[in-house]
Design a protein around this ligand. Structure first.
Ligand SMILES: C[C@](O)(CO)[C@H](O)COP(=O)(O)OP(=O)(O)OC[C@H]1O[C@@H](n2ccc(N)nc2=O)[C@H](O)[C@@H]1O
Ligand SMILES: Nc1ncnc2c1ncn2[C@@H]1O[C@H](COP(=O)(O)OP(=O)(O)OP(=O)(O)O)[C@@H](O)[C@H]1O
Length: 300
């Protein structure tokens, strides 16, 4: 096979509960991931060396050197296989960069699946999941997709069946937020308040809403412990969230570490109207309707 293409989704966190800071610099989480229909595509072509190039909306914001997570993923896979394989990786980028939607993680997951196929390794999914966890906390979920609860630093996943399709609108912001700085801001705010940080717990009402496909209940139970930190670093996100609520969103939340804002809609038609409302009033320069859950990294 000389060329393989894999499609990988973005994510939103419908619950993100952040526990105390661990000694390794990470936080224990209860992280309910939900994969949504904004996709990157990663194509791997036969080559001597491992290289990457990026096309699409956000290509100028993505590194094409060794810092690219897709390159790191391909290298980690080649190392696991014990051979000096090569691949030209082409990323078609649609997921916002540094937007809290796991775009880099998606490309890493895409590169793992594509290179496993291109190089004929035939590694089982469990092996790819282990390599993924070493690459980043969100990478295993980008492989898995659907809806899942992540514990540990987010890499230990249990799949969650959902009772229906949920319709979302994502309001994209200018410029990204670094995930590490948002966690650091969360720690700083917690230190300043001196309140004890509780151990994260799964929200039973949220589980029920996901299981029954009840968008109204899901909207009422969305939660993100990183939201206050993201708003502290980007106060202008507050009015964006409020504008979504004014346009009838069932729930409005910062996606992961932000700055993308996620709005839950009643149905596909409402999502389209909500997106139009957010852009025509200037509350967001770009608002993208999407639905979830969708599959994780998939060979095309
Ligand atoms: C905010 C989320 O996107 C929610 O899904 C993730 O928790 C972040 O996952 P990610 O981007 O894959 O993050 P990683 O590459 O693993 O870690 C980047 C940095 O985020 C912070 N980090 C990440 C995950 C975690 N459970 N605790 C943390 O404190 C650490 O400072 C870490 O150095
Ligand atoms: N393939 C890639 N796509 C996007 N960014 C990448 C990639 N590889 C490395 N990066 C770097 O990683 C940084 C974070 O990008 P990413 O889009 O993954 O953030 P994010 O969506 O906020 O992540 P998360 O939601 O997992 O916290 C970017 O600013 C960029 O410098």
């Amino acid at each position: 096979m000389s060329s393989v293409t894999v499609r990988v989704p973005a994510k939103v966190n419908v619950q993100l509960s952040v526990g105390p800071l661990r000694e390794d610099g990470f936080h224990d989480l209860v992280n309910v991931f939900h994969a949504v229909s904004i996709f990157d595509e990663v194509t791997a072509k036969e080559s001597e060396a491992i290289t990457v190039s990026v096309s699409g909306k956000w290509s100028n914001q993505v590194p094409v050197d060794d810092g690219n997570l897709a390159i790191k993923a391909a290298r980690a896979l080649a190392k696991h296989a014990g051979r000096g394989y090569g691949a030209d990786l082409l990323i078609q980028k649609d997921i916002p960069v540094a937007g809290g939607m796991a775009g880099g993680s998606a490309d890493a997951a895409g590169a793992l699946v594509a290179c496993n196929e291109l190089w004929g390794l035939g590694l089982p999914f469990e092996d790819l999941m282990e390599i993924a966890a070493d690459l980043g906390s969100d990478v295993p979920f980008s492989l898995l997709g659907g809806t899942a609860v992540g514990t540990g630093r987010g890499e230990q996943l249990s799949e969650l069946p959902t009772g229906g399709v949920f319709h979302w609108v994502f309001a994209l912001a200018d410029g990204g937020l670094s995930t590490a700085s948002v966690y650091a801001e969360c720690d700083r705010l917690r230190e300043a308040s001196a309140a004890e940080v509780p151990w994260p717990q799964l929200d039973d009402s949220l589980m029920e809403a996901l299981g029954t496909g009840d968008a109204y209940a899901l909207g009422a139970h969305l939660s993100n412990d990183l939201q206050e930190a993201a708003l502290s670093l980007r106060p202008e996100l507050g009015p964006t969230l409020e504008a979504g609520r004014q346009h009838g969103a069932l729930g409005a939340i910062v996606s992961g570490s932000g700055p993308t804002c996620a709005f839950l809609a009643i149905d596909a038609l409402h999502a389209r109207d909500l997106a139009r409302g957010l852009t025509t009033t200037g509350a967001a320069h770009t608002a993208v309707p999407a639905h979830g859950p969708v599959a994780g990294a998939t060979l095309l």
